[in-house]
Write a protein that binds this ligand. Structure first.
Ligand SMILES: Cc1ncc(COP(=O)(O)O)c(C=O)c1O
Length: 387
């Protein structure tokens, strides 16, 4: 659990480190973009995977009941959410799962609402499936970002079929309150919109408490399909294991039939044992991780406030992603982007990729040792001092 330890990820085919030039056009940029962590997974996870490796046979594999049990026990313990083992359907990743959900439950040209600025693959998921993208931008208030309920209602009146909720919200870092979730649920009930809730960041709560939307919607007549995974929580993204939690059997059957038609079924043993070990034995590691991330977030906030007063840190309540408001620099999106790359030598996630509302912002991933955070901040300050 040494989060201070710097582990070289170069030459490991890491997307964040080795493929920075593919994305940013230069390899000398300091990578704080892709949402994975520069930390090793918890020891029990490594041990479980080592055991599979030592066995040395990697034939066809099925997810065992014990993985379901470990998962539902985790949901109960962390979110006080009681789910049956057979409410879960495992899928290779949350993004593919959402695509399959869109295909199963909506038709061509049906409206799907998103709340930008938001995790950018949501756009492609809707557009590539030829659904109608309905944008319900978050509202900026003196107290931070929240849902624009009036606009959400208008989008529902326009005939939306599905709301793709991001909870906690990436990149804003909001952990939605019960009141916010219930206001959304109320509208969904009124307009018969069903919700796909992407809760992949649910375990990464720094302030407050994550409430599964399905728990809120259970009191109303709103169907929710929840997407979750141990991948962000325990840094297992490459293992490609996620799951969907269904509230209605008929919907679950429709989804399973869809997956069978697509042959999205073969599982891998490393992901199974990693996820099970993480859920059974990873909680202490997670608590330490959250402490470390909280400190990094605070550090970034204080550093930027005292060294780069024209930037404002939107302190995340959840996720390890820090949304930084750079609008006071008065640079066009493309200028800000090239300034961060060319002057800052930084690979951050440019705000505009999350939607027009993200223009003038950048997202910084702080799930890394403090030394790495420092290097990023040093570069940012250097670019700022040279303006
Ligand atoms: C909101 C959100 N959903 C999904 C994903 C990716 O999920 P997966 O790797 O399981 O497809 C991310 C990764 O950053 C994310 O932030």
């Amino acid at each position: 659990m040494d989060f201070e330890k710097v582990i070289d990820r170069n030459k490991t085919n890491s997307m964040k480190w080795d493929f920075v030039s593919d994305r940013y056009g230069s390899s000398d940029l300091w990578p704080m973009w892709v949402a994975d962590m520069d930390f090793q997974a918890p020891q029990p996870v490594l041990d479980a995977m080592q055991e599979v490796l030592n066995h040395g046979i990697f034939g066809y594999h099925r997810r065992p009941k014990s993985l379901r049990e470990a998962t539902t026990a985790w949901l109960q313990k962390r979110f006080d959410w009681e789910c049956d083992n057979d409410q879960l359907v495992f899928t290779p990743g949350v993004v593919p799962a959402i695509s399959h959900l869109i295909q199963t439950f909506t038709n061509k040209d049906d409206g799907v609402i998103i709340q930008p600025p938001v995790y950018y693959p949501f756009y492609a998921l809707i557009n590539n499936n030829e659904r109608k993208l309905l944008r319900n931008p978050l509202k900026e208030t003196d107290n931070g970002f929240t849902v624009d309920l009036d606009d959400l209602e208008k989008k529902m009146q326009d005939g939306a079929k599905m709301l793709l909720l991001c909870s906690p919200h990436n990149p804003i870092g909001r952990v939605w309150s019960y009141e916010e979730l219930d206001s959304i649920a109320k509208l969904c009930e009124k307009y018969s919109v069903f919700v796909v809730s992407d809760e992949i960041h649910a375990d990464l709560v720094l302030e407050g408490k994550h409430i599964p939307f399905a728990k809120v919607a259970a009191d109303r007549n709103v169907e929710t399909i929840t997407c979750m995974a141990p991948s962000k929580t325990f840094n297992l993204a490459a293992l490609q294991l996620s799951y969907v939690v269904f509230e209605k059997k008929a919907s679950q059957k429709a989804y399973e039939a869809h997956l069978q038609r697509q042959f999205v079924e073969i599982d891998n043993p490393f992901a199974t044992v990693a996820a099970e070990a993480a859920y059974r034995e990873g909680e202490a590691w997670l608590e330490k991780l959250l402490e470390y991330v909280r400190e990094n977030v605070q550090y970034v906030k204080e550093y930027i406030e005292s060294n780069i007063p024209e930037m404002k840190v939107i302190k995340p309540e959840g996720t390890y992603l820090v949304w930084v408001d750079m609008r006071n620099l008065n640079m066009e999106s493309s200028k800000l982007q090239s300034w961060l790359r060319e002057e800052g030598k930084l690979a951050l996630s440019d705000g505009h990729i999350f939607g027009d509302e993200g223009a003038g912002f950048a997202r910084i991933n702080v799930a890394c040792p403090r030394e790495n955070v420092d290097e990023g901040l040093r570069r940012l300050k250097n670019a700022y001092d040279n303006i």
